[in-house]
Design a binder for this molecule. Structure first.
Ligand code: MG
Length: 297
């Protein structure tokens, strides 16, 4: 099943994509508490029956809705760095023996078609096409052999990074958490619709239509099962927690000349079966000026 979290004017709702139709139940409808995080917390059966109910609701014009981050408020977002060997190499890192983990905060998340913000502070905004695994059943000390049973499904992610800030210190947190840089969605696709452990899928990132990243998920150094297992050695994973699995080679920072994202660019991430995540790039300055113009008008 393929879920989305959308807004239509002032109303927020849960959507199910059925074919190319988007069916929606809004949060203000009587008796419905259907946000995706809440449903994940209730377990797979509740999620499935809610999805069936949404699929029976009226369809809306897909172009009329605004996509929100597919999970707007996950409890944890744990990102994996250096998880494709060719990306580690292009970035000048020795391939680590253990997953390189860092955190993102919800405040950085945006939805499909929402602008990724090129901040006032730096012009080194870069793309990172990735796949996010979303936890369904929580736990601690999860063995690798049963780890995939804890994953409810997957979504696309663009881990857009401000390289200047990322590399100021050995810790990457600041450069990975600028507002408007974590594009997430548009769809949450349940694991049963994808190959086990995400094997054999092609991940592609395009900037203004040019392919800048193209890799197979088979090239993940630490696969999804390993990530779930290793993270849960230390941290209790909960329903709705997000593990962003890392980006392949081809990032703009490793190119000569460097290829950063600027106002007017369009960045797309796609994986077969997971859809297409597309975001324009807008300068923070332009957003501020638009808001000012609206306030004056
Ligand atoms: Mg990344």
């Amino acid at each position: 099943m393929r879920f989305a979290t959308i807004a239509n004017g002032p109303r927020r709702g849960l959507a199910v994509m059925h074919g190319s139709d988007l069916h929606v139940i809004y949060e203000d409808e009587t008796g419905w508490r259907g946000d995706l995080l809440h449903l994940l917390q209730q377990g797979a059966d509740v999620l499935l029956s809610a999805g069936r109910r949404v699929a029976d609701a009226p369809a809306v014009a897909e172009g009329a809705v605004r996509y929100l981050p597919v999970l707007p408020n996950p409890g944890k977002i744990i990102c994996v760095g250096l998880n494709y060997a060719d990306h580690s190499r292009e970035s000048g890192f020795k391939q680590p023996d253990h997953p390189t983990l860092f955190a993102r905060f919800n405040s950085s998340l945006i939805g499909h078609r929402t602008p990724i913000v090129r901040p006032l502070a730096s012009d080194t905004l870069d793309y990172e096409g990735e796949i996010a695994a979303i936890i369904g059943t929580g736990g601690r000390h999860i063995p690798r052999s049963s780890a995939l049973a804890h994953v409810a499904g997957y979504a696309l992610f663009n881990d857009a990074s401000v390289r200047e800030y990322q590399h100021r210190t050995p810790q990457w947190t600041l450069g990975k958490n600028f507002d408007g840089t974590g594009a997430f969605g548009p769809l949450f696709v349940t694991a049963d619709e994808l190959p086990g452990g995400l094997r054999g899928l092609r991940l592609e990132t395009r900037l203004n239509g040019n392919v800048v990243q193209s890799a197979s998920t088979d090239d993940l150094v630490f696969d999804v099962a390993t990530l779930v297992s290793v993270i849960s050695e230390a941290i209790t994973l909960s329903p709705g927690d997000v593990i962003v699995t890392g980006t392949p080679s081809g990032v703009g920072h490793a190119r000569e000349p460097r290829l950063y994202m600027h106002q007017g660019d369009i960045c797309e991430v796609s994986v077969e079966g997971l859809g297409l995540l597309s975001n324009p790039i807008v300068d923070e300055q332009a957003i501020a000026e638009t808001l000012l113009a609206e306030a004056i008008a």
